[in-house]
Every structure is written in structure tokens, then in C-alpha cells.
Design a protein around this ligand. Sequence first.
Ligand code: C2E
Ligand code: MG
Ligand code: MG
Ligand code: MG
Length: 277
Amino acid sequence: QAKVEGKNRYKFYDQSINDEMVKKIKLRNEIRQGIINKEFVVYYQPQVNIVSGKISGVEALVRWRHPIRGLVMPGDFIDLAEETGLIIPLGEYVLRTACRQSMEWERAGLTGIMMSVNISVKQINSLNIVQDILDIIDETHMIPEHLILEITESVAMENISKTIDIMNQLREKGITFSLDDFGTGYSSLNYLKNIPINHLKIDKQFVQNLQRQTFEEVVVRSIIEIAHRMELTVVAEGIETLEQKEALTSYNCDIAQGYYYSKPIPHQEVESFIKGI
Ligand code: C2E
Ligand code: MG
Ligand code: MG
Ligand code: MG
């Protein structure tokens, strides 16, 4: 009896693993086809100078305009794109689109807008990453000083000396780096000392739990102080309320990003945002 049950249980287990795999394979094929069909679009979320309220840049965020499911958010496909290596062509597409957009704004007289683009660990570790990025910059005539590449701690942790080498090669061309989602994961302050970044993004989890005299308040104030001593620009992500904005202003945060100002929007809406329409 127990044996039969055991067997069935295994069978059930196998079946669910199988279902999971089939789902993943389907999604992988859909992502691959979606890249070919140009179903991926780039939205831009404004980043503003927290004191003046003026736009300083945008973050490029990918979305999938799926023919059946509608607009799919990165949380539903980025991990699998990473696992399967499809993040490499997808990431290149996002970077190329963002650089082109940046140049279109320049040409239209909306000048000096910084363009932040997320770069995944798979991309950083890919064979010709430096040349691939430089080729895109050449091809789109992007101003390298306007490009910020956002990496997460996990990206940088994996092979720190190789990552630093790649970052330095790109920094020589004028590109800068931002450390994304700071405060989550395995951040160590010591590690901030070695990684050649210019900007630090405080994770929205801290911003959203900000209240007077909480752990988060202490952490956020301390991060900003340390970052400023290291001459880094501090960006707070996930600002949703006036209270959060005011708290971060009083802690001398430099740049703000969040729904309080704007959600990620298509490029035409960024143009209206800048013109204050
Ligand atoms: P991230 O780089 O930390 O981007 C910020 C995320 O926070 C975005 O989610 C943005 O829409 C969201 N956000 C901004 N302000 C607020 C706010 O006030 N409240 C709340 N609740 N959320 C806010 P999104 O667009 O869903 O992207 C999620 C993550 O997917 C990104 O986190 C990034 O890690 C990844 N991702 C997005 N686009 C790309 C891409 O082109 N390449 C790579 N490698 N990763 C990407
Ligand atoms: Mg980011
Ligand atoms: Mg972030
Ligand atoms: Mg985040």
C-alpha cells in the first residue's frame, strides 16, 4: 500500500516538474519569437532633481506587448530571459532603443537627459560585452556621458575583478555606472570601496518603509551620508508620497524616481512630462 502511494506520489511530483518545464520552454520560445516580432517595447520613468523638481534623466524599463496577454511586466519574464541567455539579445535591443531615443530627444532640443539602462549579470559576463556596448553607442551616436548602466549587487558580486575591469573599459569612454537596489541582497560597505560606480540607487523597500525613528530612516540617512562622502550621486527609487519625498529631501538625497512623479511611460509621454503638459 505504502509503496503504491509512494509511486503515485513520485508520479505526481514528476508530472508537476514536467508541467513547469513545459511552461518554461513555451515561454522561452515565446520570448525568442517576441524579440523577432519586435513585441518588446521600452518605457521610460522620469528621474527628477529632488530640490528643483526638474527632470534629470529617465530609466529605461522593458515591457512585453504580448499579442494575447497584453502588456507583460519584466517580473514575469526577465528571470527566464536570464536563465536562457535570451537576456543578451533582449538587453541589446533595450540598450539600442534607449540610445536611439536619447539621441532623438537631443535632436529635438530636449538636451542633457541622462539615460539609465539595466544590465544583467548574464550580459556583463557575455563574451564581447564591451565591444557590443561600444558598437551600439557608435551606431546610435549616443553621447556616452549621458549613458548610465545600472547593475545590481549580484551582478557585481559574481566575478568582481572581471566586472571591475569591464566597467573601467566602459568608463574610459565616458559611460558611468549605478548600483541598483542598494540595501537588498548581499551589500557590504567594503564592497562599495572597490566597485567603480558614480551613482547609488536606494531600493524602494527602504523608501517605502520610511517613517521617523525607524530602522529604515537610520539606514537611508546613513547610506546617503556614506555615498556623499564617496562622491556618489544618490537616487531614491519608489517614491510614492509627498512625505517620502520630503523626508528624502531633508536627508540630502539628490535624485528621486517613483510614482509620486510618474510611472514608467512611453517616450511620447516623457516629452509631455518634460514640457510640463
Ligand atoms: P529596477 O531596475 O529596480 O526598476 C525599478 C522598478 O520599480 C520598475 O519596475 C519600476 O516600475 C518600479 N517602480 C518605480 N517607481 C515605483 C513606485 O513608486 N512604486 C512601486 N511600487 N514601484 C515603482 P519594473 O518596470 O516592473 O521592472 C522590474 C525590474 O525588472 C527592474 O527593477 C529591473 O531589475 C528589471 N528590468 C526592467 N527592465 C529591464 C531591462 O531592460 N533589462 C534588465 N536586465 N532588467 C530589466
Ligand atoms: Mg534599475
Ligand atoms: Mg532599482
Ligand atoms: Mg528595484
